[in-house]
Design a protein around this ligand. Sequence first.
Ligand code: PMP
Length: 422
Amino acid sequence: MHTSRELFERARKVIPGGVNSPVRACLSVKADPLFIAEGYGSKLRTVDGQECIDFVMSWGPMLLGHCHPAVEAAVVAAVKKGASYGAPCEAEVLLAETLTQMFPAMDLVRMVSSGTEATMSALRLARGVTGRAKVIKFDGCYHGHADAFLAAAGSGVATLGIPGTPGVPPSTAADTIVVPYNNLDATAACFAAHAGQIACVIVEPVAGNMGLVPPAPGFLQGLRDLCTANGALLIFDEVITGLRVAFGGAQTRFGIEPDLTTLGKIIGGGLPVGAYGGKRQYMERIAPCGDVYQAGTLSGNPVAMAAGLATLAALAASDYAALEARTAAFAGELADILRAKGVAVTCNVFASMFTLFFTDCPVTDYDSAKTADRDRYASFYTQMREQGIYLAPSGFECAMVSFAHTEEDFANTLDAARKVTF
Ligand code: PMP
């Protein structure tokens, strides 16, 4: 067996930065990545033999914990019947039936293989349906790495986007308008400034990619009303929230119907799956019943569908309210332990997710999130990791709690936090 250090050295020779997704490189916490040998329940074991309590949970999908017995059995049974057919199978019908029953705003759903594909396809559909080009997104929300979403805010409120990375043409970014999260006035101003040009608004109904930022009261309903009034589609990106904030997503919890919904992560139980769905009249525009093209060789993959079905079945029988209460109590205690050390902490909690921002101001959007002290987070991360607590390697992510986390896991995590010094 090789150590994480050895594997990272080899990885850097053959994989850009040694990782297949950038945050994993742990650059913002000034650490090297740990290489994982296995996951079980709430724990990870690294190749170095360290056991860690996992609060990343594959960035959300493992809501049942690693290696849930029913999911594992379903995957093994499915793979024995062939890994991929590129042809229809029963499991994709079952998963589509389940999702359309769970999500109020989903009459039809199309399976894809990642969250990125889901949001990219939903945007194409919104543009196809409306015949318009522009999209409003919110600063600090992440919708995967399709060009249109890799736009950064310019200076000022509600600006035309500028490329967020080399490789995104300015013309593409200019069709993306970036607005501060939780700011309805700026969103309304955008609609006024670009009348008749906005195809859609895309939003994380509970933001999870600038750290956890819940929607302000009235924000989501305000977006619904603005979209309806202006003939634009409202897309809820529920890639994280879809099965975490409620069984049936934020749209169920807040009682607001988006026109399109994107899903990922949990609906594949850890296998590569995404989906987008919505109102029949829009979804019927997708090929082959309509003229908006979208396709995928591995879409509806039988092994991924089996994992998703087993995951949803287990989640349907899980006590979300209890997990939510346990998460709130745990996160609150963790924040209090750090505050007792004289450190400013703003603790945002929603459902089974939370973020500790090292700042003394409320965090309601990306600008306020950015007031958090990154160096302090890096120090917290490193000291917790040394004690076997595996947190996200960035202060602008959520801690993800699962149904597999025990009270003992929480107690051990709190003990570790007590030993941290700043
Ligand atoms: N949307 C949201 C809200 C996400 O959190 C993510 C991933 N973190 C994506 C889209 C992209 O999903 P994927 O990484 O599976 O492409």
